[in-house]
Write a protein that binds this ligand. Sequence first.
Ligand SMILES: [Zn+2]
Ligand SMILES: [Zn+2]
Length: 46
Amino acid sequence: MEGICGICGAVAELNVCQACGTQVCLKCFDPKTRLCSRCMSRIGKQ
Ligand SMILES: [Zn+2]
Ligand SMILES: [Zn+2]
């Protein structure tokens, strides 16, 4: 599914953050934790 990243605004394939539900691009998403970069910096697990 393509759309606009909720963090950086890029049009890309989106992934849904497990914590906040925001749809984000791969650059703003960590597949290991399935968190967006916002939640990663907040929750703070590398
Ligand atoms: Zn992004
Ligand atoms: Zn998030």
